[in-house]
Write a protein that binds this ligand. Sequence first.
Ligand code: T3D
Length: 264
Amino acid sequence: MANEPVLVSAADGITRLTLNRPDKLNALTRSMMRDLQSALERAAVSPDCRVIVLTGAGRAFSAGQDLADGVYVKGGPQPDLGLVLDQYNPVVRRIRTLPKPVIAAVNGIAAGAGTSLALACDLVFAARSASFMQAFAKIGLIPDCGSTWMLPRLVGEARARGLAMLAEPLSAEKAEAWGLIWKAVDDDKLAAEIDAAASRFAAGPTYGFALQKQAFAGSAHNTLDAQLDLERALQSKAGASPDYEEGVGAFLAKRKPSFSGRES
Ligand code: T3D
């Protein structure tokens, strides 16, 4: 079990997924991406899962694509990296559309596709010693796995281009200051911070969070007019959920709400 490329554990509504090749800084292999995709699919439909935490084992979050995974072979045939991305893109899409919060716990360096995976998550917490590196340019590639879409939206075009073209590590503190991530926390506080956030989401209005994700996804391409219509449609659904009834009831009764997370 400890040798699995992705460790999966589930308890108290929280599914934890740990990229697990610590000696190679959790560089991403085909089997890792396959296992990550399957674990996300299971978590998406499991009634026992209300939040997912993605992290890395050892001193890194992930060093991105495993450059020794046989895609590039010296003197070998020209690789088609589009085929490599066929393993990554479904994972990014799954995280973005997963109807539950996905938290990244960036415990150490995130490079290349490792950064993209973290940024695809809904909330990114990082240890203060962690850093984010768009390493792609170092090997002649472009940022992928959604990074060219996410970076300008998160930090603006000038910083996005700088990160991509210079391929230098950005400290967790600067990443927070730039709005790339939610929060940088002291290394020895990361686990407790993640536990608290995950427990909070596991007891939260899961269906409402799913609708929030849909709203933010729409805002990426909608006009204000279209977004107002989308919000209206999604809020109608949220208002028909048991968690809305529970939330308002609890507020009026001056007690803590007990959300089921259910749609109906
Ligand atoms: O197929 C395709 O290329 C298309 C897909 C592209 C998507 C991408 O993600 S492209 C970007 C790929 N990632 C990188 O270019 C980053 C490569 N790694 C590094 O630059 C450095 O390792 C780090 C800056 C991340 C960390 O440096 P450091 O000094 O802390 O650690 P290290 O000594 O370099 O690495 C420790 C071990 O992990 C080492 O193995 P060894 O020698 O002890 O057996 C190293 O080879 C291994 N490792 C680190 N990154 C990768 C890796 N092995 C395979 N692939 C890696 N990406």
